[in-house]
Ligand binder design. Structure first.
Ligand code: ADP
Ligand code: MG
Length: 342
């Protein structure tokens, strides 16, 4: 199978929302009047971001999911994406399920595959997503005129919230690496979180005009909250007892209990700095608690309030037990000395 047959067979589909899809030198998009394009890229490298033998259907799903998660963090509505793919060989038994997983999620979000690039090489998947977000008033001096949720727009005194639960993806990874023992049912469940994350697009949309700042949690809660704080020039107090009680999933909580696999400290580490969660961390003024609850309900996405922003820079973990644990939980940084994997 040649390159063009491969593109034609697996990656060429009707694109009613785009002006022009796959087949020409460029695709053409027409954002709706009064909207801006939100654009983000994420690359998945074999052996770095996923095991080489990962189920191809799930890998297709995840490659797009991590990109949609960035749109969710901006409150952008998915529109289209491009796929740059390096493949060791054109193997239909891999390509077919990969394309199916990718396009099933694309269909679920009405996000059209409009182009890309295909080359032979070590497995590498790079997706760029395009979303739509309304033009809006600047949320502060020096901020752009957009309704997009920005990392830089947190205000002092904002509540800090996290969606869903955290730590399962890391729990699955550590189990697969043989560092943690988990029963078969627990592994099946947590592995789904690791390999088929569900981007919080509906919540991001519902938070437009409600939340001040937002980011998605790809590198761990503390790290990604840190990005918001840094970009906004504020600090924060985080209640780690709420974090570990409310944010840990049932599986994660059970893993530290009867089986004795995980200590309380490890569980907290998974929640605060696990990585690969793809939940949203966001801030909103206390005056908007009702609207946050409505956004949570409208998007059928649970959210938990875990702290508040403060004028003093830096993160303060208020649980005495956890305060001493702040340092050993760095978020993933691929270029940090001794960085593991992410
Ligand atoms: P060019 O040589 O101009 O880069 P290509 O020959 O690489 O174009 O690609 C031909 C068409 O197929 C283009 O419209 C391109 O966007 C599309 N395309 C290539 N690879 C992919 C892919 N993996 N998924 C979707 N579209 C693709
Ligand atoms: Mg090309």
């Amino acid at each position: 199978m040649g390159e063009f047959e491969l593109i034609q067979r697996y990656f060429t589909r009707p694109t009613p929302r785009a002006v022009l899809g796959v087949g020409d030198d460029c695709a053409l998009l027409q954002p709706a009047p009064g909207t801006q394009l939100a654009i983000s890229s994420d690359m998945l490298v074999s052996g770095r971001h996923f095991f080489a033998d990962t189920d191809p259907y799930r890998l297709g799903h995840k490659a797009l999911a991590v990109n949609l998660s960035d749109l969710a963090a901006c409150g952008a509505r998915p529109l289209a994406f491009t796929l740059a793919l390096a493949l060791p060989q054109a193997d239909p038994t891999w390509l077919e399920p990969f394309a199916n997983g990718l396009l099933a999620l694309a269909d679920a979000h009405a996000c059209e595959l409009i182009g890309g690039d295909t080359t032979q090489g070590p497995l590498n998947i790079c997706i760029t997503v395009f979303g739509e977000v309304p033009i809006g008033e600047a949320r502060g001096p020096g901020l752009p005129t957009t309704l997009a949720l920005l990392r830089s727009a947190a205000q002092v005194g904002d509540d800090i919230y996290v969606s869903g639960t955290l730590g399962d993806a890391r729990l699955a990874l550590e189990t697969l690496l043989g560092h943690v023992a988990l029963d078969a049912a627990g592994l099946v469940q947590t592995r789904l979180r690791l390999e088929q994350p569900r981007p919080r697009v509906a919540l991001g949309l519902a938070l437009r005009g409600v939340a001040n700042a937002c980011a998605d949690i790809s590198d761990g809660l503390l790290g990604d909250l840190g990005h918001i704080l840094q970009r906004s020039g504020v600090g924060a107090r985080v209640d780690t007892s709420i974090a570990s009680e409310m944010l840990a999933s049932v599986t994660l909580a059970a893993a530290s209990g009867a089986k004795g696999c995980l200590s309380q400290q490890q569980r907290l580490a998974f929640v605060l700095a696990g990585g690969d969660d793809y939940e949203l961390v966001f801030t909103a003024p206390p005056a908007r608690r009702v609207e946050v609850a409505q956004a949570s309900q409208a998007s059928a996405t649970p959210v938990t309030r875990i702290g508040q922003t403060e004028p003093r820079p830096g993160r303060r973990l208020v649980d005495a037990h956890a305060a001493s644990l702040a340092k050993p939980f760095p978020s993933f940084d691929h270029f940090a000395p001794g960085a593991a994997s992410d």
